[in-house]
Design a protein around this ligand. Structure first.
Ligand SMILES: Nc1ncnc2c1ncn2[C@@H]1O[C@H](COP(=O)(O)OS(=O)(=O)O)[C@@H](OP(=O)(O)O)[C@H]1O
Ligand SMILES: Nc1ncnc2c1ncn2[C@@H]1O[C@H](COP(=O)(O)OP(=O)(O)O)[C@@H](O)[C@H]1O
Length: 200
């Protein structure tokens, strides 16, 4: 429930559309969701590099990074994950208003939480990207050694092991990182954005 009362919205005199025109591209959230180790961070980093080289204004929000600051008071209980995603949804919305292409890399395991973010934005401002990989693949990659710790009983409530991951039902894009290289996947997203006229 909102705690603030007696607050009044104050309009800007520069609109989102004007900022988008200045940037020469639309603003949108590319919401990458998937298991730990599926490839969310790798793909968003690569994409951001390529977009920057094409003169596109981006910002990357990554679970690990945001949990160092804005969300450092949150853990991995279902309630904390929901609050994590709620805050990121609001931050993403601000960044879309600022005219950016926002690349988010959060496990975001709950369908309802992701749908709530979608509902915050205009219908063409949220692109859900399911980064798909078998749990076995993620565990084999184990880029941060977390699955090893989970198996040793040192981490609890780990997504895909003893905490759920609800796959998207109707994502705009599915990227299977068991089957496609990083180069193929990033190229696919770049083409998608061009074809849908988000970028030139
Ligand atoms: N218990 C548990 N479950 C899942 N992940 C864990 C956990 N503990 C720590 N980590 C590390 O935190 C990163 C996930 O943070 P997120 O903010 O993306 O999680 S969530 O969306 O709120 O579920 C996740 O990053 P990625 O591996 O990049 O997905 C892990 O590095
Ligand atoms: N086809 C692929 N697409 C994305 N990442 C891949 C692929 N093949 C191997 N990897 C590796 O898998 C790991 C994925 O880790 P990361 O990007 O941190 O995942 P997440 O952010 O989803 O936890 C990286 O070490 C990356 O180099």
């Amino acid at each position: 429930m909102p705690k603030s009362t007696n607050i009044v919205w104050h309009e800007s005199e520069v609109s989102k559309q004007e900022r988008q025109r200045l940037n020469r591209h639309k603003s949108v959230v590319l919401w990458f969701t998937g298991l730990s180790g599926s490839g969310k961070s790798t793909l968003t980093v690569e994409l951001e590099k390529k977009m920057y080289q094409s003169g596109i204004r981006t910002y990357r929000l990554d679970g690990d990074n945001i949990r160092h600051g804005l969300n450092k008071n949150l853990g991995f209980s279902p309630e904390d994950r929901t609050e994590n995603i709620r805050r990121i949804g609001e931050v993403s919305k601000l960044m879309v208003d600022a005219g950016l292409i926002v690349l988010t890399a959060f496990i975001s395991p709950y369908r309802q939480d992701r749908d709530n973010v979608r509902a915050l934005l205009e219908s063409d401002e949220f692109i859900e990207i399911h980064v798909k990989a078998e749990l076995e693949t993620c565990e084999k990659r184990d880029p941060k050694g977390l699955y090893k710790k989970v198996r040793a009983g040192q981490i609890k409530e780990f997504t895909g092991i003893d905490s759920p991951y609800e796959e998207p039902l109707h994502p705009e894009i599915v990227i299977d990182t068991d089957k496609h290289t990083i180069e193929e996947s990033t190229q696919y997203v770049i083409e998608f954005l061009k074809n849908k006229a988000y970028t030139e």
